[in-house]
Design a protein around this ligand. Structure first.
Ligand code: SF4
Ligand code: SF4
Length: 287
C-alpha cells in the first residue's frame, strides 16, 4: 500500500480534535478548554537524532523503529518508512495568566491542565492512532504503549523510554531552555505529544542549529528568569535539578492541589510562566 498521506490531513485530524471535541476541557465549572490549537511537526523514523538520544539518554530510550517493531511484531519496516508526528498543545491565556501570579504553588487552572489536560492529550494520541488505522495506516503512540516506562539515566537522572519534548525538538518544533522545557513558537507553557506511523511525510525543517538556540541564557548569556521563578531553587546556571523539582511536586504541590482544589493532582510550571519564553520564542530585548 502507498504510505503517502497529505500532512494537511494529519493536521486537520489533530486540530479538529482540539477545536471541536468536548474532551478538550479543564473539567471546571465553566468547562473551559484545556488547550489552544496545536502546532504540528514531523521527523523521519531514520533521523539520526533518534540514535543520538539513545546514546545520550541511555540504551532504554526507544527509537521510532524499535517502538514500531515491538508494537507490530508481524510487520518488518525500515526506519525510513516511518514518520514521527509531534504536536505542541499551548496553554490558554487564562491558565498562563493565573500561573504568572503564583509564587510557590500552581494556580488551579494550571493544575487542571496538568491532570485533565493531559487526559485530553492521551485521548488525542489514541484518536490519531485510530484515525490513521481507519485510513489503513499502522501507528502507535509510544507513551500509551506498555513499553513506555520511566527510567534512571546515568547522565540525566529521571528519564523515560520516550520523550515527547525530544521528539518535538527533532520534529522542528523548538529548542530546550535552561529549565529543561522546550521553547516553541507558542512558547514553553505547553505540553507535547506524538505518534509513530507507517506513513511518509516530509520532515519539518529544524530552523535552529543548536538544541538550546531559543534560550536567551544559552545564546546571549542573559535572562535566567526561570531560575528566579523556581520556588525551590531547582534551576541554576547548570540547568534543572530534576530531583529537587520532583520533591516540590510530591508531596508539596500534590497535597496543596488536593486540599485547595479538591482533586487528586499536582503541578507547578512556575518556570514556564512569567518568563520571556512563556508564549513565544523570546527576543534578545526580552531578556
Ligand atoms: S526564562 Fe530565560 S533563561 Fe529561562 S529558559 Fe526562558 S529564555 Fe532561557
Ligand atoms: S523547576 Fe520544577 S519546582 Fe522549579 S519552577 Fe519549574 S516545575 Fe516548579
Amino acid at each position: 500500500m502507498d504510505q503517502l498521506i497529505d500532512s494537511k490531513k494529519i493536521e486537520n485530524i489533530i486540530h479538529d480534535f482540539i477545536a471541536c471535541s468536548p474532551d478538550n476541557s479543564l473539567m471546571n465549572s465553566g468547562d473551559e478548554k484545556a488547550w489552544e490549537l496545536p502546532l504540528v511537526g514531523y521527523s523521519s523514523g531514520n533521523d539520526t537524532l533518534y540514535e543520538k538520544f539513545k546514546q545520550y539518554v541511555g540504551p532504554f530510550f526507544m527509537t521510532p523503529q524499535e517502538i514500531f517493531a515491538i508494537t507490530f511484531r508481524d510487520i518488518s519496516v525500515k526506519a525510513e518508512e516511518l514518520t514521527v508526528i509531534s504536536w505542541i498543545l499551548p496553554q490558554t491565556e487564562p491558565t498562563k495568566f493565573d500561573n504568572r501570579q503564583e509564587i510557590v504553588y500552581p494556580a488551579e487552572r494550571w493544575a487542571r491542565a496538568r491532570i485533565f489536560g493531559e487526559e485530553v492529550n492521551v485521548k488525542l494520541r489514541a484518536h490519531l492512532v485510530g484515525s490513521l488505522a481507519s485510513l489503513g495506516f499502522q501507528a502507535v503512540a509510544p507513551v500509551l504503549s506498555p513499553q513506555f516506562s520511566t527510567r534512571i539515566s546515568k547522565k540525566y537522572g529521571f528519564s523515560s523510554t520516550w520523550s515527547e519534548r525530544h521528539v518535538a525538538y527533532a520534529s522542528g518544533l523548538g529548542t530546550f531552555g535552561l529549565c529543561g522545557g522546550l521553547i516553541t513558537a507558542a512558547g514553553k507553557a505547553m505540553r507535547a505529544g506524538s505518534v509513530v506511523a507507517r506513513i511518509h511525510i516530509p520532515p519539518t525543517p529544524r530552523p535552529y542549529t543548536t538544541h538550546t538556540e531559543y534560550c536567551l541564557y544559552f545564546t546571549y548569556g542573559i535572562c535566567g528568569k526561570c531560575m528566579k521563578r523556581c520556588p525551590v531553587g531547582a534551576i541554576t546556571k547548570d540547568g534543572k535539578d530534576k530531583e529537587m523539582c520532583l520533591k516540590h511536586l510530591f508531596p508539596g504541590t500534590s497535597e496543596y492541589v488536593t486540599k485547595n482544589f479538591g482533586f487528586d493532582g499536582y503541578g507547578c510550571g512556575l518556570c514556564q510562566t512569567g518568563v520571556p519564553c512563556e508564549s513565544k520564542i523570546p527576543l534578545k530585548k526580552d531578556g
